[in-house]
Design a protein around this ligand. Structure first.
Ligand SMILES: *Cc1c(COP(=O)(O)O)cnc(C)c1O
Ligand SMILES: [Zn+2]
Length: 407
């Protein structure tokens, strides 16, 4: 008999329940996608220094596919840890939570109808802790690192990742250090300080913050949870792809439009679809994946258009969509491969078009989106206008955060 749920996971920060104890992670190993070398998954890892590439987690999906069913997953208490078999944390008491995941997939009929799109949806990530989807990645990176003994964290951030790290470090009772451009939105600075993290404001961009955070890491022995410099933020973001599949009853949508900075969500979702196929829950059909960037910082779009395997650093990056102000994506190869394998594309949108999209989206859906989220609407309009999206296509825009974080 299945244990009845007693999960009241959101009332305490380090909570675990009799239900969650029954979830067994099927994590097996870490592998570099470039050279294929394995990495010991039982100790802390960073990335493949030979290839300068992220490393990715693998699971025993064959065995899991014989035991777990979509119906069982649906019946579990809400939250990202429903997917624990497909996540790296081993012991239930390390499955930290502030209530992340299981965000709503919302139909957007008025917004869609305004241009003739019949099946437009928004996966609204703004209800996550700290009001952006960064929570999904950071809960996983922090939980697994704490399980492996980490006491002190460091992160360079355009803003939102710093808030999410500060929150989960606080929840875990650990220290954190956040390196952020001094012109990052004020609320990001207020939030990080309020959550008790050590905030270091940096002249320049996230890349400059990354350099200083790296020096401090080497000096103090802190654990660095920069985008893709450790393997587990992508595992947390992967849950967006798992939820999306479930939201659509395991018939994946036709187009997914995603605002891309470091690309964790895009790579994570692409990986999720692969794992679901290996579990036997979906077929080989995939959404066409669309990367949206700001015209003032579009390294992935430029590389996609020129057919390059790697993205060159973007000079003089600027945009008010601060989460997209990322001139260098460490996972550029993985992002570009996912776009190409999916028959997807990459689109750059101007800040003035993002601003117009913010107002339209808010007034025609009731969702006050982050500029990064609104950028997906600007891109969808462009692609629909050019005939790249059909009127009948099931299109999902990712609103990655709340507009309230940008006031
Ligand atoms: C970080 C961020 C992004 C970009 O996400 P990546 O996974 O790094 O590509 C988009 N939107 C918001 C609100 C963000 O904070
Ligand atoms: Zn390698």
């Amino acid at each position: 008999m299945r244990l009845l749920s007693t999960c009241n996971a959101f009332t305490s920060s380090l909570s675990y329940t009799s239900t969650m104890e029954t979830y067994t992670s099927h994590f097996t190993r870490l592998v570099c996608p470039e050279c294929g070398n394995p990495f010991d998954a039982t100790v802390l890892q960073t990335f493949c220094h030979d290839c300068m590439s992220p490393i990715l987690a693998e699971y025993d999906l064959e065995r899991l596919g014989e035991k777990l069913t979509p119906a069982e997953l649906r019946s579990r208490p809400k939250g990202l840890w429903r997917w624990s078999e497909l996540l790296p944390v081993q012991q239930a008491q390390y499955r930290l939570t502030l209530g992340e995941g299981d965000t709503p997939l919302l139909a957007a009929p008025h917004l869609g109808a305004s241009i003739g799109l019949k099946n437009l949806y928004i996966k609204d990530e703004s209800s996550n802790p700290t009001a952006t989807f960064k929570a999904r990645g950071l809960v996983m990176a922090v939980a697994r690192a704490v399980e492996l003994g980490v006491e002190e964290f460091v992160i360079p951030t355009a803003g939102n990742a710093g808030g999410a790290l500060a929150a989960y470090a606080a929840a875990a009772g650990k220290a954190s250090h956040v390196y952020m451009p001094q012109d990052a939105p004020n609320i990001n600075q207020v939030e990080v300080r309020a959550l008790g993290a050590d905030l270091q404001l940096v002249e320049g961009l996230i890349t400059d913050a990354g350099r200083l955070a790296g020096q401090a890491r080497d000096e103090h022995g802190w654990f660095d949870v920069s985008t893709f410099k450790e393997p587990y933020r992508a595992e947390g973001k992967k849950t967006m792809g798992l939820e999306l599949a479930e939201d659509f009853d395991y018939e994946l949508p036709d187009v997914v439009v995603y605002p891309t900075g470091g690309g964790t969500g895009l790579v994570g979702m692409w990986k999720a679809f692969d794992e679901l196929e290996k579990l036997g829950w979906i077929g080989s059909q995939r959404p066409r994946m669309v990367s949206v960037q700001a015209a003032g910082c579009a390294p992935i779009v430029r590389a996609f258009e020129t057919g390059a395997e790697r993205a060159e650093p973007w000079e003089d990056a600027h945009t008010h969509a601060s989460g997209l102000r990322v001139p260098v994506a460490f996972a550029d190869r993985l992002i570009l491969r996912a776009l190409r394998e999916s028959q997807g594309t990459a689109v750059a949108v101007r800040d003035e078009d993002i601003r117009a999209a913010e107002a339209e989206m808010a007034q025609k859906t009731g969702i006050f989106a982050a500029p990064e989220g609104a950028a997906t609407w600007a891109a969808a309009k462009h692609l629909f206008g050019g005939g790249w999206i059909d009127p009948d296509a099931r299109v999902v825009l990712f609103n990655t955060g709340s507009g309230l974080k940008y006031i």
